[in-house]
Write a new protein. Structure first.
Length: 144
């Protein structure tokens, strides 16, 4: 699901699968289960994954693409290709926001290509652009 979370503009070649081994990408999933890691998976009745959302803290020495500060976890979401536009992402986002708030997080951040249709979902949920990283927006939402 990490691989499916990458936005590829229509007509562009997809990223090579080897990108998952790159340290700037693998850090989003490696050593899962650290204090503060939170993840949710939506599955079919047959237990096939429909979507996943997860968040993790990074610090200034190991920034993620959506890094804001050392106390704001970065969120990633992936919905299976054939399942997009059905409300799965919306439900996952709302649920992880609730769990993050219960955990004590004050805000969440994420990174999104401004042309990615998912950006509209993030804006509807209250995420606002607070910066740039490479070609993507860094967005943040206050939970308090």
């Amino acid at each position: 699901m990490l691989y499916q979370s990458f936005y590829v503009p229509e007509g562009d070649e997809p990223f090579p699968k080897e990108i998952l081994q790159e340290p700037h990408i693998s850090k989003y999933a490696s050593d899962w289960g650290r204090h503060g890691d939170i993840a949710l998976i939506a599955k079919t009745q047959d237990r096939e994954p429909l979507g996943v959302v997860w968040l993790r803290l990074f610090d200034g020495t190991n920034k993620g693409y959506g890094y804001v500060d050392d106390t704001t976890p970065e969120l990633w979401i992936s919905v299976a290709e054939g399942c997009r536009g059905q409300g799965i992402g919306n439900a996952l986002m709302r649920e992880i926001e609730m769990r993050a708030k219960e955990f004590g997080y004050q805000q969440l951040s994420l990174s999104v290509d401004p042309h990615d249709p998912a950006r509209r979902l993030y804006e509807r949920l209250g995420y606002v652009q607070v910066g740039w990283c490479d070609t993507s927006w860094t967005m943040k939402k206050n939970l308090a």
